[in-house]
Design a protein around this ligand. Structure first.
Ligand SMILES: Cc1cc2nc3c(=O)[nH]c(=O)nc-3n(C[C@H](O)[C@H](O)[C@H](O)COP(=O)(O)OP(=O)(O)OC[C@H]3O[C@@H](n4cnc5c(N)ncnc54)[C@H](O)[C@@H]3O)c2cc1C
Length: 286
């Protein structure tokens, strides 16, 4: 079996709740190690690199693993087209757009097959992602945002194209990654292929799932009212404008007792304080 001839590295990732076995293609000596990290990310590609940067900026000890000898995944060859409504570049060009329009367009283009919750999340956060890419030095073509012909047209130009396709994203992303590695906030393991998740006999992952939250119940209505007050929203809120979904959760409560016990974690802010900080993040900067 090829595994016997190469290094079999067993990494037990504590805190992240995952255990994996990996193989290192560069080293033939077999040995076993235990590694501790808060977050383990498998795949240093389009998704893994920004996730590792974000997690390490939030204070987590991160290990990023890739089977290749380089980072980037498909960013090496992909087109580098990304879309988002109300990114700063689009606003500077006075193109009127909204998250809702982006969502509706993407639903239409995807023949209404997209997962509505995931699409809502993606369209709502797309602009801040594009703004961040611009901030770290990604160069988009002067024409961006454009209407692309790869799929049915959006209703307004909102697609950004890297000057050197996706490699325009990869170079600054790698630079950001390297900064965190140098600071010791992030560990990158290349030439390391993840073979399997290590599970116990009853198929449970070895590790812990830990909830982080304030520990008190709150309904969507209470939360919406708080957000409207904090942001000074004066419009009318249309309650029950969508039919209730199956298994709708009327109140959300997170049990944080495990986080307190295992991580010695406790909430730093009340919900109101946290909402105020979040609202100030979205407030347009003068
Ligand atoms: C030709 C082409 C053009 C494209 N153009 C666009 C575009 O213009 N716009 C757009 O939005 N999307 C585009 N895409 C799609 C886009 O590239 C992918 O959706 C995106 O890269 C997915 O990101 P990812 O991080 O999930 O995967 P990847 O970027 O593929 O990264 C996955 C990483 O995981 C590593 N890996 C996999 N298995 C293991 C393992 N067992 N152990 C360790 N490491 C592992 C791989 O080596 C890789 O580095 C294009 C794709 C292609 C092929």
């Amino acid at each position: 079996m090829p595994i016997k001839r190469r290094e079999l590295l067993k990494a037990t990732i504590l805190g992240s709740g995952a255990a994996i076995s990996t193989i290192n293609s560069k080293n033939s000596a077999a040995h076993e190690v235990n590694t501790q990290a808060d977050v383990l990310i498998i795949g240093a590609g389009n998704a893994g690199i920004p996730a590792a940067i974000q997690a390490s900026d939030m204070g987590a000890k991160v290990i990023l693993i890739d089977k290749n000898s380089f980072v980037g995944g498909m960013l090496i060859i992909s087109g580098g087209h990304i879309s988002g409504a109300n990114a700063k570049i689009q606003m500077r060009k006075n193109i009127k757009d909204s998250y809702e329009k982006h969502y509706q367009d993407a639903m239409r283009i995807g023949k209404y097959k997209a997962n509505s919750e995931l699409l809502a999340l993606a369209t709502e956060h797309a602009a801040s992602m594009i703004d961040w890419l611009e901030e770290i030095g990604v160069e988009f073509t002067d024409e961006s945002p454009i209407l692309v012909d790869d799929h049915d047209h959006y209703s307004v130009p909102r697609t950004y194209v890297g000057t050197n396709l996706a490699r325009s994203l990869l170079v600054p992303l790698k630079h950001e990654l390297d900064k965190r590695i140098k600071r010791g906030d992030l560990e990158l393991r290349l030439n390391t292929k993840v073979l399997s998740l290590i599970q116990s006999k009853n198929k449970k992952l070895l590790g812990e799932s830990i909830n982080i939250g304030i520990g008190k119940a709150i309904s969507i209505k209470e939360l919406t009212t708080k957000i409207a007050k904090i942001t000074g929203y004066k419009g009318k809120i249309k309650w029950n404008s969508f039919p209730k979904r199956q298994l709708e959760i009327p109140r959300l409560q997170i049990d944080n007792s495990k986080a307190k016990k295992l991580l010695k974690w406790k909430p730093k802010y009340t919900l109101d304080e946290g909402l105020k900080i979040t609202a100030s993040f979205y407030k347009p900067k003068e």
